[in-house]
Design a binder for this molecule. Structure first.
Ligand code: FHN
Length: 440
């Protein structure tokens, strides 16, 4: 694995911030609501560039406080933060000499990328930037705006050389170390330009990670679809970007936040399959992250501050053959974290079938309290069983984490092998603890 990916594999949980002029509209133009995401409103409503640009004349997020946002990211338990330096609308949220359609030419006149990069560094959060490399609805040669500009007259290479490269250079030279540059919607961008962009990034900051949406598999890791979590563990480094409601940018109408439990479940699901979750918030035009989203992510953060060991640095678990309706597993080598999310599905004890590897002990992560385990191989049923008794009075509504230590990284016993008692490398049942699993 590439060395520059080390921090990313450890981090597992990041904060995505979609913020731009579109926050002023919040999904509504001329009294009409447009479908999510709200950051697409210029294109969805085909707002003429000259009209849309007027938003820059009033953009003044007086409540913006980089220190507060970085503190929030830390409270949320996020290890990296990625902000839209330029989204598809083409407006730069940073001081750009390459194009004056940027935040310095608003009443606000402050470089939020700069302020946020410094605040993130103070809080030990990796600072990353999103940059829309193909779509640019403000540039006559950029992709996506065919209502202001004649597609026949577009020269994409001109836009690439005159805006993309100079702005990417600015982002990689003026803000210290950038953990990652997050490209998006590469569509049919020519491969040679994608390669040129990748090499260009690494010629300036060799340690800067490039996400999968540079296109053509040229990125350092695989970007899963928006809000898409793969069914099985994915061998390789990957990330799922996820909305907390149903849009990326700020919405005046959508407050349908996922619950803290849903976020924790998704995080466990993603991490158990070896991925990262990039959870989005969309600040409003005054520079406030909506309180509803803050409340949810703070609750998740509190859980993470107690149980982070089971998430940060965890690696993909083996694909065990049975569903675990009570929850899921994350792991680090021989240590496995049992996430009890739905105790109702484990009324007596937690049971995992078909872990072949021998267990050493189990304990509650929050208190260190030692828990009773039972392990057996049932020859006649050709079934491995691993049971943990958990304290019913110490349940965390969000997720109770139990640490199980095995002799080695647990492997799964296949359901598809032809049974042969001679080959069964089982234990004399029951191998550990005094209980028998008979009658279960
Ligand atoms: O079009 C964008 C969208 O606005 C948002 O930025 C997401 C985040 O992953 N990416 C694109 C759609 O995939």
């Amino acid at each position: 694995m590439l060395q520059r990916l080390n921090w990313f594999e450890e981090a597992r949980y990041g904060l995505f911030i979609h913020w731009g002029l579109y926050a002023e509209l919040g999904g509504i133009w001329n009294g009409k609501s447009y479908p999510p995401g709200t950051e697409w409103i210029m294109r969805r409503a085909q707002i003429p560039l000259e009209e849309y640009k007027k938003l820059a004349d009033t953009f003044n997020p007086v409540d913006f406080d980089a220190e507060d946002w970085a503190q929030k990211a830390e409270d949320f338990g996020c290890k990296y933060l990625c902000i839209t330096a330029k989204h598809h609308d083409g407006f730069a949220m940073f001081d750009s000499a390459a194009c004056d359609y940027n935040i310095m030419h608003t009443p606000f006149g402050r470089d939020v990328v700069k302020e946020l990069s410094e605040a993130c560094r103070r809080h030990g959060i990796k600072f990353c930037v999103y940059y829309s490399q193909m779509q640019d609805w403000a540039d006559p040669d950029g992709d996506g705006n065919n209502w202001d500009f004649d597609p026949e007259k577009k020269d994409f290479t001109r836009y690439f050389n005159n805006k993309v490269k100079p702005q990417v250079r600015e982002l990689l030279t003026n803000y210290g170390e950038i953990g990652m540059i997050w490209f998006d919607t590469p569509y049919d961008m020519p491969i040679h330009l994608c390669e040129e962009l990748r090499d260009f990034v690494h010629s300036i900051q060799p340690d800067c990670i490039i996400n999968g949406r540079i296109g053509y598999g040229l990125g350092d890791y695989r970007q899963m679809g928006d809000n898409e979590i793969p069914v099985l563990a994915y061998k390789g480094v990957w990330e799922t970007p996820m909305t907390l409601n149903n849009t990326w940018g700020f919405s005046r109408t959508d407050e349908k936040w996922k619950s803290p439990k849903t976020v924790v479940k998704m995080l466990i699901d993603v991490v158990s399959k070896g991925g990262n979750l990039l959870m989005n918030v969309g600040p409003d035009a005054r520079g406030n992250i909506p309180q509803g989203s803050v409340d949810v992510l703070n609750t998740v953060g509190k859980w993470l501050h107690k149980n982070g060991e089971s998430i940060y640095g965890a690696r993909a678990c083996a694909d065990f053959p049975y569903q675990m309706r009570w929850g899921g597993l994350t792991g680090k080598g021989a240590t496995v974290y049992l996430h009890l999310l739905e105790p109702a599905f484990a009324p007596v004890h937690i049971k995992i079938c078909n872990i072949e590897t021998k267990a050493k002990r189990a304990y509650l992560l929050s208190t260190g309290e030692e828990l009773k385990i039972f392990q057996s191989y049932e020859l006649a049923r050709d079934e491995y069983r691993f049971l943990v008794d958990y304290p019913k009075d110490k349940i965390d509504e969000l997720d109770t984490v139990i640490v199980a230590e095995f002799e080695d990284t647990p492997v799964a016993h296949s359901l598809y092998m032809t049974f042969d008692p001679e080959n069964a490398k089982g234990y004399a049942a029951p191998a550990m603890g005094e209980a028998s699993t008979k009658g279960d």
